[in-house]
Write a protein that binds this ligand. Structure first.
Ligand SMILES: Cc1ncc(C[n+]2csc(CCOP(=O)(O)OP(=O)(O)O)c2C)c(N)n1
Ligand SMILES: [Mg+2]
Length: 621
């Protein structure tokens, strides 16, 4: 056997840079390099290996969690065909990546995590940052990655590496199992040499397939659709990752079946497609939610059916509603006791279109769809042109940013009240134009994620919309965007605290307790003056071009002005926290205290007890 003598870390980098994937005959390099922050747990092993492999670029981030978000957003923007490795020292650097890992896994996005780990040899333990345990020496903080990884391994000997990396690639490149993969790398083992088989380091191409559906299941699905009076399609992220938008548009247009979109699925159809009812669920449009309530058949495509989509299982009220679930993942295909059409979204949609030849929805339903759409466009225009304040309303800011962006550009967001408002209002014109991380809704994803999106396609302008809370949690990758020369357009909406959780707190009777960015007063509460944070100075201090907008006109001008900027630019706009968008025909289960000393909580509990009765079990076959 031909071998090469290398350290474990060198062999790992040698392997990673030679991995490719192929889908539809097109090849993509799978790892575009590694993000990370060095520490003693990695600088001598993996750090040295990265140094001697300049063709596998090392990217220095400001926070390991952010590094994982960059990689995750990049993978999402590239439809999971490319990603990065992310590395850290042992200890706090590693645990910083745990939130990133959860974000990737929950969103089914591939990212490879390489945390340094404590010595396998043990003689010098406890080492700096080591977590000790009385009951085992086979434990480190990296075990915290187990539940948030789709594959987890620790490389305790250099000769284990080949088997770990092959498993890692199998999981990362499978549309059904992908997510975070963690290979924990003990500090000493990284530097140990072994004679690696030369074959391990050769170019390898992993085929990403398009599984067809099982014939009998497809025929049953077509039969169910033909028998349905009010079918509804729910398009999830799988439609976009599978590049199935055109196939979906064709099926919707031929059959007249309306399409509602989840957060990850928004953009599956352009907003002005005649069958697009827009957002569904807690943050949905009235049309989509009324259609869901009345639907006798729900055809889901590439969705996890999270509580935001199902309105905590209250969305579907037709007593005889049934589900057909098109999904590559068996787990999702079986949800709601649906007919599991386990297949690639694009292939299944093409097969269904053929099987449904000649079928179309009834005229009455078709005209409801048209009028729901018309009413929603009018409502969007109303919210875009509210002329509230100043402080202006968040809906107006979304309208202005939407209008200033081109169809190819991308809006990026993750947490706060913006995701719901964007889900409802953003007029998406291309499948990749709307990038929401709403599986984990991880505050701090926004700017790091924006950087990943920009790196995935620098020809698009990226508009990061971020709340003051998320900004304060993690704006550090502004610095990284400048280091790497990628321009981000950041719109920071300052409402002095948490509009989202503040509103939720009011709705459950807690009066916004603990959700304002205000000074503590003699009352003992955070009810004083708003905290004097100067976000324009913060952004400028990080090296960005920064501007403040107070009125709509200011914002319009600032949006124009940043077009010509080369650097990452931040526009800070104050918005009225209380000028919230309404909810439409939906509900979210956030349990309210059963007993309380506060009257507003007791009243909210009464409403809760009524609302929760609408929750349904979907067990019918
Ligand atoms: C890391 C993390 N911590 C806490 C939360 C819970 N949470 C969701 S939205 C939110 C407030 C976000 O504030 P801001 O970014 O200002 O947005 P706003 O609600 O004001 O629109 C919080 C605390 C979260 N999603 N992520
Ligand atoms: Mg806020």
């Amino acid at each position: 056997m031909k071998t090469r003598r290398m350290t474990m870390a060198q062999a790992l980098v040698g392997f990673l840079k030679n991995q490719h994937v192929e889908r539809d005959g097109q090849e993509h390099r799978f790892f575009m390099g590694a993000w990370g922050i060095f520490g003693h747990g990695i600088v001598a092993g993996l750090g040295q290996a990265l140094q001697q492999n300049p063709d596998f670029r090392y990217y220095l981030c400001r926070n390991e969690q952010a590094g994982v978000h960059v990689a995750t957003a990049f993978a999402k923007a590239r439809n999971r065909l490319s990603t990065f490795a992310c590395t850290s020292s042992i200890g706090p650097g590693a645990t910083n990546m745990v939130s990133g890992a959860a974000t990737a896994t929950i969103n089914r996005l591939p990212v490879l995590l390489l945390p340094g780990d404590i010595f396998a040899r043990r003689n010098v333990a406890p080492v700096l940052q080591q977590l000790e345990s009385e009951h085992s020496q086979d434990i480190s903080v990296n075990d915290a990655f187990r539940p948030v990884s789709r594959y987890w391994d620790r490389i305790n000997r250099p000769d284990q590496l080949p088997f770990a990396v092959m498993e890692a690639m199998r999981v990362l490149t499978s549309p059904a199992t992908t997510g975070a993969v963690t290979l924990a790398l003990p500090q000493d083992v990284q530097t140990e040499a072994w004679d690696y088989p030369a074959e391990l380091l050769e170019k390898r191409v992993w085929h990403i397939g398009r599984a067809p559906s099982e014939r009998v299941v497809l025929e049953r699905a077509a039969g169910l659709i033909r028998g349905a009076k009010k079918p509804l399609i729910i398009a999830g992220g799988g439609v976009i990752y599978s590049e199935a938008s055109e196939a979906l548009a064709r099926l919707a247009q031929r059959t007249g079946i309306p399409v509602a979109e989840t957060q990850a699925g928004k953009g599956s159809l352009p907003f002005d497609h005649p069958q697009n009812l827009g957002a569904i669920g807690v943050t949905g449009t009235p049309g989509a939610n009324v259609a869901a309530r009345e639907a006798d058949l729900v055809i889901t495509i590439g969705t996890r059916l999270s509580d935001f989509t199902t309105a905590s299982k209250t969305a579907f009220q037709n007593p005889s509603v049934r589900f057909v679930n098109i999904n590559v993942a068996e787990m999702d295909a079986h949800k709601h006791a649906g007919l599991p059409l386990v297949a690639d979204a694009r292939v299944a949609l093409e097969e269904l279109t053929t099987a449904l030849e000649g079928y179309s929805v009834e005229a009455g339903y078709a005209s409801s769809i048209a009028s729901w759409r018309q009413q929603w466009e009018a409502e969007t225009d109303r919210l875009f042109n509210l002329r509230h304040g100043p402080p202006i309303s968040q809906g107006e800011v979304i309208g202005i940013v939407n209008r200033h962006s081109r169809p190819v550009d991308v809006v990026v967001c993750a947490a706060g009240s913006l995701p719901g408002d964007l889900h409802k209002l953003w007029r998406t014109r291309q499948p990749k134009g709307y990038h929401l991380e709403y599986g984990y809704s991880c505050m701090g994803y926004e700017i790091a994620g924006g950087l990943g999106v920009k790196m995935a396609d620098p020809s698009r302008e990226v508009y990061v919309m971020v709340g003051d809370g998320s900004w304060l949690m993690m704006s550090s990758e502004i610095v990284t965007s400048i280091q790497e020369g990628y321009k981000l357009n950041v719109i920071l909406l300052d409402n002095h605290g948490f509009s989202s959780i503040g509103g939720l707190s009011q709705s459950i009777g807690s009066e916004g307790f603990g959700t304002d960015y205000r000074r503590r007063t003699s009352s003992g509460q955070l009810d004083g003056e708003p905290l004097p944070v100067d976000f324009v100075a913060c952004a400028a201090g990080l090296g960005a071009h920064a501007a403040r907008a107070v009125t709509r006109e200011d914002l319009e001008q600032a949006m124009e002005a940043i077009r010509g900027e080369e650097r990452t630019s931040v526009i800070v706009v104050e918005v009225d926290k209380e000028a919230r968008l309404p909810g439409y025909e939906s509900w979210w289960d956030v349990p309210v205290s059963e007993v309380s000393e506060i009257g507003s909580t007791r009243r909210a509990r009464k409403h809760y007890e009524e609302a929760v009765k609408k929750e349904r079990y979907f067990l019918g076959s």
